[in-house]
Design a protein around this ligand. Structure first.
Ligand SMILES: [Zn+2]
Length: 211
């Protein structure tokens, strides 16, 4: 009899009571879910160096558990934390634009940031003894963490799983979820928490206009 291992609990994502993305892709989702969201409001885990360091330590340890590879040392300093916050926001903006389109300026969720498309991170291509090629994250500190996250997302796109990482359509929420629907049509992190109330508000607004 095979024993199914417990799903890995990614701490930032678990705060929003949703399932994690499969395998090491959970790291990408967990970085996105360090944001402050939910009700009651959860803190932003990247707000200060202490909580960001705790999160990075925990997330890389989980990544190591999932992949069976050594946990990378991703020590953060204040400059590294600033960079990590920017990368998280760029990642969220990019995914949000892919899934929901780019919000118009002035609309909730509209970004002050100019999408530059120029975020880069180092990585190494490694040929193994079976002739397969692997993408190994490279760098030190926050650069290594960013390389790790982008390498996970890249590999997920190769297997077409990357497009299932989404941010909630509710602009006041933006929690990152992994869409397990058959046709990849989900737009809410939770239909109950964000989908139904938003649709009800829109319905009432349309009724008021009709009256
Ligand atoms: Zn939501």
């Amino acid at each position: 009899m095979s024993v199914t291992p417990d799903p890995v609990l990614w701490l930032a994502t678990a705060r929003y009571d949703i399932a994690s993305a499969p395998g090491s892709l959970g790291l990408v989702q967990d970085l996105l879910n360090t944001i402050s969201a939910g009700a009651p409001r959860q803190p932003d885990l990247l707000d200060d160096l202490a909580s960001a360091t705790d999160w990075a330590h925990d997330a890389t340890a989980r990544w190591s558990t999932v992949t069976g590879r050594p946990a990378p040392d991703v020590a953060l300093d204040p400059a590294g934390l600033r960079t990590l916050r920017i990368v998280r926001d760029e990642l969220r903006d990019g995914i949000h634009a892919r899934v929901h389109g780019r919000p118009e300026s002035g609309q909730p969720g509209a970004s002050e940031r100019t999408p530059s498309g120029s975020r880069t991170a180092g990585a190494t291509l490694r040929l193994d003894q079976d002739g397969a090629v692997h993408l190994d994250p490279a760098g030190a500190g926050v650069d290594l963490l960013i390389s790790l996250v982008l390498a996970e997302l890249y590999e997920a796109h190769l297997t077409d799983l990357g497009r299932r990482i989404k941010t909630c359509r509710n602009p006041r929420c933006q929690v990152a979820f992994y869409d397990r629907s058959r046709n990849n049509s989900g737009v809410w992190h939770s239909v109950r928490v964000c989908g139904l109330p938003t649709n009800l508000r829109a319905h009432r607004a349309r009724q008021r206009q009709a009256d």
